[in-house]
Ligand binder design. Structure first.
Ligand code: EPZ
Length: 422
């Protein structure tokens, strides 16, 4: 297993290109199952999760061709041969469950393994199930698999109010509803930019959908969808992550290809902490105003609130703030595993359930630390940028799931960072 070596090296300066959004691409790729015509995705990120989704689609009979070094994906599911999403793939990546809605809508059946828990939480699928059952699906759990079929041959439009604005459940239900007979109204729908991006792509395929980005999405079912070409939206979590690099290390960095409207409450929090954020024609420019950021309180919420996927990175920043910060994680039940690793670097953090109190220290000290999940891994790298001495982050296979070429992107801005191949 590779590791990443980071040596605190002072302020950063330069620009970082932001890739296409992993979490948009992982919903856009299963959309190919809704049509027998080709779907082309441009600005696709080159990540291991994309390779996992490719393997899953190919196991169903789909085809995925990588072009331009993986930035363009040509997908086709003209000849589906299976509706079985195997545990071996699903357990590695929960987003595999996004084939459930499209398979049901296209073929009338699906057998999708339950993902099982992951490091950050139990991650059940009850909202996906309830929503698809509202559309007329019959879903039974057997041997760890959801066995789903559409009673009477075709899903039927319905009204469905989600107990919680689940991103994945919104995506599965919206994709299934595009081919249902009649109108579907989904309320308390997730509003994340990845949902907006998915709907733009579905509309390009001929779907009739309104309300994306709001809590109420209305879908008029159609008989079939056709092919399309869609550009994947910029990755707001990668963008927010790299905006925190100059915030932690000092200096000024321009993130190319990102935009402020993708970030919701995150931008206000940076301003409150003493970080200047400026929209430029190419993206977003970030600089720390003083020598030390100010403590702020953070509560993660569904979009447009503060994103849970940036909580670990924000905690790394607040470890060296002037004052005490409170972080409240309301989306996942176990998303503070980066705290003990940051503590090894001299951070002062007290975790009680979903709350973490961070007492800022002058400077962190480099140390060997272990990545526990995707976003925790990059928060440890951010901490290493400003720490005294060397930080070695192990288990970076977590990192490779969601971040392209981290060491290249940060080195280009003056960071001392390299990958140690096992
Ligand atoms: C998506 O996961 C993202 N993944 C996650 O990003 C992100 O953290 C999450 O949304 C929240 O923004 C992808 O888009 C591939 P949810 P998803 O359904 O869809 C509970 C990353 O780091 N819930 O909105 O699985 C669930 O347990 C990843 O890139 C139910 O109770 O998230 C969790 O507590 C991590 N029942 C909360 O809702 C359900 O049926 C949020 O889950 C579904 C979810």
């Amino acid at each position: 297993m590779d590791s990443i070596l980071v040596t605190g090296n002072g302020p950063l300066s330069g620009s970082i290109p932001i890739a296409g959004a992993k979490n948009a691409c992982l919903a856009l790729m299963p959309a190919t199952l809704l049509s027998d015509e080709p779907l082309t995705l441009t600005n696709a990120p080159r990540l291991s999760d994309i390779k996992t989704m490719t393997a899953l689609l190919e196991s169903l009979g789909g085809e995925v061709s990588r072009m331009q070094d993986g930035k363009v994906l040509a997908l086709s599911s003209h000849d589906l041969t299976s509706s079985w999403a195997d545990y071996e793939i699903v357990r590695k990546m929960r987003a595999s469950n996004l084939v459930l809605g499209p398979l049901l809508a296209r073929t009338g059946q699906a057998q999708v393994s339950l993902p099982g828990g992951c490091a950050i939480g139990a991650r059940p699928m009850d909202l996906h199930i309830e929503g698809l059952e509202a559309l007329g699906a019959e879903i039974e759990l057997k041997d760890g698999y959801l066995h789903a079929k559409t009673a009477g041959g075709r899903l039927k439009g319905a009204q469905f109010e989600m107990r919680f604005a689940s991103v994945g459940a919104t995506e599965n239900i919206v994709m299934a509803a595009t081919l249902a007979k009649g109108t579907t109204v989904l309320t308390n729908a997730a509003r994340e930019p990845e949902i907006v991006d998915l709907v733009k792509c579905l509309r390009a395929m001929g779907a009739q959908i309104e309300g994306e980005g709001t809590s109420r999405i209305e879908i008029q079912g159609v008989d079939r969808l056709h092919g399309a070409t869609h550009q994947v939206v910029a990755d707001r979590i990668e963008l927010g992550t790299y905006m925190l690099a100059p915030a932690i290390a000092g200096g000024e960095v321009e993130c190319i290809g990102g935009s402020l409207d993708l970030l919701g409450a995150f931008v206000e929090k940076l301003d409150e902490a003493g970080i200047s954020v400026e929209a430029t024609e190419k993206g977003v420019k970030v600089r720390r105003r003083g020598d030390r950021i100010k403590a702020v309180n953070v509560r993660t919420e569904v979009f447009p609130g503060f994103p849970t996927d940036l909580q670990a990175q924000m905690m790394a920043l607040l470890c060296t703030a002037e004052g005490t910060s409170m972080l409240e994680e309301t989306i996942f039940e176990n998303r503070f595993m980066h705290a003990p690793e940051l503590t090894r670097m001299g951070a002062r953090i007290e975790v009680h359930g979903g709350q973490a109190t961070v007492h800022g220290v002058e400077r962190l000290k480099g140390a060997p630390v272990m990545a526990t999940d995707l976003r925790a891994s990059v928060s440890l790298i951010l901490a290493g940028l400003a720490a005294e001495g060397e930080t070695v982050v192990s288990r970076v296979y977590h990192l490779d799931r969601g971040y392209e070429s981290v060491e290249q992107k940060l080195s280009a801005c003056g960071a001392k960072i390299e990958r140690i191949k096992e």
